[in-house]
Write a protein of this length. Structure first.
Lengths: 899, 205
């Protein structure tokens, strides 16, 4: 503005024509802008100062989480102030937070105002102040809604108050003898519904009790009346009293946090209570309820009883019952010496509630009660101790009507009326109970348990041993082997082949050529009969009888007695041989051999065999009819006698020979023989399968025919005569032998044979035999062997030719040798076949065992039953667990709430 | 131009400031463009000083009050212009700190100084040559708008960074003050009539 004056004067001087010179002009209107700015700033400043609330000081122990200039003070979560400064008190004892409060709340900052720092807090009540993790701590303020004398200095609370100011409800004081498990924040229950909280816990000034400040929220504060009793409902309440054991478990929450319950006990005084009233806090619900009586002391009738015996187990608070109904309680038990006779008595003070006796009404009812008791005592009412609980031994006072009681009256001479007492049957009872307990104690339970444990250990070891565990596996292996054997194609094939063989044999038997054979056989038998007659004539029967008696003597011989043992050992050796794995291959081999045999039998040449056989038999008959044979038979008698003598000597040497034989059989070489035999059979089978053999069979026909012609030959017809001559010669020989001690010689020879068998060389020989068999099989398996049948055919052809030659040259004797050779072969086959039944029997045994095993595993067996029962039990248990799990899943709180 | 300057006023004429035509001094409006004709501003330097004072007054709260209010996870943080510069420098962003400093502090302050100097120079003896004053005026006119760079930054940031509870930016009361302050200094520069400098040059001559 000051600059404007020279400007104007100068402008006016220089431009008099443009604008009026010297004209006083208003300053530029633009000046309004800074003027407005200044005014706005001033306005803001004034408003700020005007609306600024008071500065208060809050004392804190620590300033954790508070930041000057940032930390808010909130009331109902609305910011009503801000911490402006943080400093120490002069003695560094506390932290002083200077807080600029809002003007709105300033009038309420009176002595009711409380401040505390809200921080994240994890406690049994839950997690609070979580939001301050992110936003930082703040100061929460709380005050009532009544303006009062404003204060400017406050002390912050250590912990946030439980109940915000202004919450509708009732604040009460509970007083207990000790703190118990009730803590600040513990819930207050009414019929198990949480209706309030414990706000503070402190000792009374004289330290004799603990005071709890509790707050009951509206509308449940109406439940608190003058008749309300509070009790500690924390956790588990186990009571063993005269009325048995009682276990009460409060909810899990109160287990953790403690808690108190209240209920309106009794009637009357249904009036509301003023805030701050002091209630006693009873340790348990039962005490709270019992103390209803104690609380109505003016309405009680006090009596005393003098018991003679021990009152151990009778405690204050015990029931007084009349005909099973509780009518009062024991208030005191103490000793008292009777001043009259100096006898020791236990004085029991009881309190009887007229209300419980049934005297209803406004007045106390003491006169009525005493009147009733007087009459009752005269008619036999007596007090006696009764056992309330066997386990704890607690007693109660029973007012019983004793029929044969000595007369007595209610003694009202003293300060308190005295009820007459009778001795209880308690001691007796206790004695018998103790006796029972002694007996139980004397039971050798520990030894029993020890034995049971040992037994279980053994069972465990047995079940757990590797052998036991291996049993099922081995059994399975045996069964599968048996199964494989039974189901094996070899055995099936054996059956099939046997059937086919039988069929072939039947076909052979049905052959018309064979049909005539019986006739021939009949003739043959007739001839034989005549021979027998001849023999009888020659007293050969007598010789036979003598031979038999000799045999009898032989059996009586001690050496013979040893025979069974030796035979047994031999059989064992044979069994071992049969056990040889190589033998198991035999069925297969036999099977194939049988197949081959069948195919051989079905050959056309074989069909012709019966015819040839018949012819041969006819020839044989003619030979048998020959008178020369009859002569030979006559010679047989003496021959048999000779043979008997020889047998007698022989028997002595038989036993050692058998022993030696057994040794040979035990020899590994012999054991190896079956394997070699198997191989030989295989070779034989290959041989049989060879087409050359089939040709050989075809050749057999002509051979037999040739044989017949041979038999029919005159030379052969002369053979019986020659046979007779030979027999005669043999007899002569035997006679001469007898003369020359031939039997002894034979015996020596056998002994020599035994020595020979005993000789290690023979053992070697047996192994050599096995080797030889091996070699044989090798030979048979050799390529050359396949040509053998062809060679055999040729040989047979040659034989045929030879027989022709024999026929020409009358060589009947040679034919007889050939016949015996055939017989030997047949016997050998017979022996081989005789092994098959034993094999089948073994199979049978195996299958029987398998059967038994299977039967033991089948349904209904004991093992099975046990297993099924066990499984059923496991299933039931699983179902029970599953049901429980379902329940918990549906109502997870049932565990916590105990419902 | 050395020494001799002929102004319209010296020639007894009045020039139209809009279309540049020169007329007789008695005319109050330009016959060509109908603009108001005045040889020199009616209120002289009064409006200049008024704007200047208003700008300066607003510049004080603009620096005291927070320019930008940052809310990160419920935690509120307010930063003033100078505080922001210091914070940026502490973070090592020297370049950005320099830009903010130049745009928000150096330029406004030097503008106040320049306008004040010009206003003083046309009335009082100031040891600056008349031509230098002309250059100073042109620089002030040009640079005025660039002072608003801070306001742009705040506006863009508060529009972009609105991540709710996580982070949000809001302009503080200083932003408005600063914007007004810049606007007032620009108005002050406009209210200054450069013909007064020519008069001064004429006097010098």
């Amino acid at each position: 503005m000051s600059d404007q004056a020279p400007d104007d004067t100068r402008a006016g001087a220089m431009e008099p024509r443009i604008e009026g010179a010297g004209e006083r002009r208003w300053p530029s209107p633009v000046w309004l802008v800074p003027l407005l700015a200044v005014l706005a700033a001033l306005g803001l400043l004034i408003q700020n100062l005007a609306t600024r609330g008071p500065l208060i000081t809050i004392e804190l122990a620590t300033a954790s989480g508070l930041v000057a200039g940032e930390t808010q003070v909130r009331y109902r979560d609305v910011g009503v102030g801000r911490v402006e400064d943080l400093r120490f008190s002069p003695d560094l004892g506390t932290v002083l937070a200077e807080v600029r409060m809002s003007r709105d709340v300033a009038p309420f900052l009176d002595e009711s105002a409380r401040f505390w720092v809200v921080k994240p807090q994890v406690s049994a009540q839950g997690i609070t102040g979580l939001e301050t993790v992110l936003t930082g701590s703040y100061i929460q303020g709380s005050w009532d809604t009544e303006p009062g004398t404003v204060q400017s200095r406050f002390v912050a609370e250590e912990t946030p108050p439980m109940t915000p100011d202004g919450t509708p409800g009732l604040r009460l004081l509970l007083r207990a003898v000790d703190g118990g498990s009730l803590e600040v924040g513990s819930p207050i229950f009414f019929k198990r519904v949480e209706v309030g909280r414990v706000e503070s816990k402190r000792l009374t000034e004289d330290g004799s009790a603990v005071e709890f400040e509790v707050f009951i929220n509206a509308p449940n504060d109406k439940r608190v009346t003058a008749a309300t009793r509070f009790w500690n409902a924390s956790g588990v309440d186990l009571q063993l009293g005269a009325d048995g054991a009682r276990l009460k478990i409060a909810s899990l929450a109160s287990l953790l946090r403690g808690g108190a319950s209240f209920d309106t006990v009794g009637t009357g005084e249904d009036t509301a209570v003023e805030p701050g009233r002091i209630f006693p806090l009873y340790p348990s619900e039962s005490e709270a309820r019992e103390n209803v009586i104690a609380g109505d002391l003016e309405n009680q009738v006090t009596l005393q009883i003098l018991f003679g015996g021990s009152v151990r187990g009778l405690k204050p608070g015990a029931s007084v019952e009349y005909r099973g109904i509780r009518i009062g309680r024991v208030s005191e038990v103490r000793a008292a010496v009777d001043p009259q006779n100096g006898r020791f008595r236990t004085r029991t003070i009881i309190q009887i509630s007229p209300a419980l006796l049934g005297f209803a009404g406004e007045e106390p009812g003491e006169p009525e009660t005493l009147r009733f008791l007087r009459q009752a005592v005269e008619s036999g009412l007596r007090a006696k101790l009764a056992m309330g609980n066997l386990l704890t031994g607690s007693l109660f006072v029973d007012l019983a009507d004793v029929a044969d009681a000595p007369p007595a009256t209610l003694d009202e001479s003293g300060e308190t009326p005295t009820l007459p007492a009778v001795a209880s049957d308690l001691d007796e009872l206790t004695g018998s109970v103790e006796g029972v307990l002694d007996r139980v104690d004397a039971l050798p339970i520990e030894a029993l348990v020890g034995n049971a444990v040992a037994l279980l250990d053994n069972l465990n070891r047995l079940a757990g041993s590797e052998d036991t565990q291996a049993i099922p596996g081995q059994a399975r292996g045996v069964l599968s082997a048996a199964e494989a054997l039974v189901a094996g194609p070899e055995l099936k094939q054996v059956t099939t082949d046997a059937q086919a063989l039988v069929a072939a044999l039947r076909g052979m038997a049905e052959d018309p050529g064979l049909a005539t054979a019986p006739e021939k056989l009949g003739g043959l038998l007739t001839s034989l009969a005549s021979i027998v007659e001849e023999l009888e004539r020659a007293d050969s029967a007598g010789s036979l009888a003598r031979s038999l008696s000799a045999l009898e003597a032989l059996t009586a011989d001690p050496a013979f007695a040893r025979l069974p043992a030796s035979a047994d050992a031999t059989l064992a050796a044979l069994t071992a041989m049969l056990d040889n794995p190589a033998l198991s291959q035999l069925p297969g081999e036999i099977n194939t051999t049988l197949a081959e045999l069948r195919s051989t039998l079905t050959l056309p040449g074989v069909a012709e065999l019966p015819g040839d056989l018949r012819a041969a038999l006819a020839s044989l008959q003619t030979r048998l009819d020959d008178p020369g044979l009859a002569q030979a038979t006559a010679e047989l008698g003496p021959l048999l006698a000779e043979a008997r003598r020889s047998l007698e000597t022989l028997s002595g040497n038989l036993d050692p020979t058998l022993v030696s034989l057994r040794e040979i059989l035990d020899d590994p070489g012999t054991r190896a023989a079956p394997a070699a035999l198997t191989e030989s059979l295989q070779a034989a089978q290959a041989l049989l399968a060879d087409p050359g053999l089939k040709t050989a069979t075809a050749e057999a026909g002509p051979t037999l025919a040739a044989l017949r012609t041979l038999l029919d030959a005159p030379g052969t017809q002369a053979a019986p005569e020659e046979l007779a001559a030979t027999l005669r010669a043999a007899k002569d020989l035997l006679v001469s032998l007898e003369r020359e001690g031939a039997a002894r010689n034979l015996s020596q020879t056998l002994a020599a044979a035994r020595r020979l068998i005993d000789d290690p060389a023979l053992l070697r020989a047996s192994s050599s035999l096995a080797q030889t068999m091996d070699a044989l099989s090798a030979v048979l398996a050799a390529p050359g062997a396949e040509e053998l049948p062809a060679a055999t055919t040729q040989a047979l052809r040659a034989a045929s030719a030879l027989i022709d030659q024999f026929q020409r040259e009358n060589l009947g004797g040679a034919a007889a040798g050939a016949m015996s050779g055939i017989a030997d072969a047949s016997r050998a086959v017979e022996r081989s076949v005789s092994g098959v039944p034993a094999l089948l029997q073994r199979l049978n045994e195996v299958s029987a065992r398998a059967d038994a095993l299977l039967a033991s595993l089948s349904v209904g067996s004991e093992l099975n039953y046990e297993a099924i029962t066990a499984i059923r039990e496991i299933r039931d248990a699983a179902r029970a667990v599953s049901d429980l799990a379902d329940l918990v899943q549906q109502k997870p709180n049932s565990i916590i709430l105990g419902k | 131009m050395s020494g001799q300057v002929l102004t319209a006023r010296a020639a007894g004429q009045v020039a139209c400031t809009r279309c540049g035509a020169v007329w007789a001094p008695r005319l109050t409006s330009c016959p060509r463009c109908h603009a108001r004709l005045a040889s020199r501003p009616v209120h002289g330097l009064g409006p200049v000083w008024a704007w200047w004072v208003a700008g300066l007054l607003l510049y004080i709260p603009a620096n005291i009050w927070p320019m930008l209010v940052t809310r990160t996870l419920g935690r509120e943080e307010a930063s003033t212009i100078l505080g922001g510069v210091v914070e940026l420098a502490n973070h090592g962003s020297w370049g950005i700190a320099a830009i903010v400093f130049i745009a928000s502090i150096a330029i406004p302050v030097s503008k106040f100084a320049a306008i004040g100097l010009l206003a003083l120079a046309v009335r009082h003896r100031v040891p600056i040559r008349g031509h230098g004053l002309m250059v100073l005026y042109e620089v002030v006119e040009f640079i005025g708008r660039w002072s608003m760079i801070d306001i742009f930054v705040v506006a863009i940031l508060s529009a972009l960074v609105q991540l709710g509870f996580l982070a949000s930016l809001a302009p503080g009361p200083a932003a408005a003050c600063f914007a007004l302050s810049v606007a007032f200094t620009m108005l002050a520069a406009r209210a200054f009539d450069p013909r007064l400098i020519w008069d001064r040059i004429g006097e010098d001559a």
